[in-house]
Design a protein around this ligand. Sequence first.
Ligand code: PGA
Length: 242
Amino acid sequence: MKLVIKKDYDEMSKLAAETIKGIVNNKPTAILGLATGSTPIGVYKELIKMNKSNDIDFSKVTTVNLDEYIGLGENDPQSYRYFMNKNLFEYININKSNTFVPNGLAENIEQEAKNYDNKIDELDGIDVQILGIGSNGHIAFNEPSDVLIAGTHLTGLTESTIEANSRFFDSASEVPKSALTMGLGQIMKSRKILLLAQGENKAEVVKELLSGKITTKNPSTMLQMHKDVTIIIDEEIGKLIK
Ligand code: PGA
C-alpha cells in the first residue's frame, strides 16, 4: 500500500482526479468505480473542470457505484443515484446508460445483487475504484462484523453509520436502515484502488488500516491484501497517525 499525505482536501482531490484522468486518457473505455459521501465531492468537481476544458473525455467511460440505500429511488434527493447525477453525471459528457448504481427499489433485492456482480464481471472489472472510509472502518456499506460478504449484498447499517449519515437527512430516524452494497471481494477485484480520508475522526481507522493487521472489525484493513492501493490523506490525519 502506498500512503500519500497531501496538504489539504483540495490537493487530495486533485491527485485522485489526475490519476483518473491518466487512466481514462490511456483507456477511453475505462470502468470507474465511484463512491458517494462528502469525501469524493472534490474529486468530482475536479473531473467536471477537466471535462469542461477537454482534458478528459467520458463519452466511452462506464461507471459502477458502490452502494445504494434500500427504498430510495433516483428522484429521492437522499438516494445515491441522485447524488451521482447531481454531483457528477449531469455535468460531464458521459452516456447516462453507462452509469450503474445498485437499484434500491428492486423488487427482488437478492437478484439485483447477483445482477450487479454479473454486470461488473461482464464489464471485465473495475479499472480504478474510488473509496472513502467510515469512521468505523467501513468500506462502502461493509460494516464491522464477525463475517464479511464477498459479493454485492443486502446489509443492515450500524448505529454509528446511521448517526454519521443523519447529517444529510432531517433526522436520524429518516436514514434508511439497510442498503445494497458491493462486497469487499468485489471491491478487491478492482485493478487499482484510491482511498481518500480526511479529518481527525478518520485517523484511528486509518492507523489500523496501516497497521499490518487484518480484522473484520475494521473492514478497510482487508485492503492490505490488495496489490495496488493508494491511501490519500490530509496533513491533519497525517500528524495523528505518526
Ligand atoms: P464520508 O463517508 O465521505 O461522507 O465521510 C465515507 C464513508 O462513510 O464511506
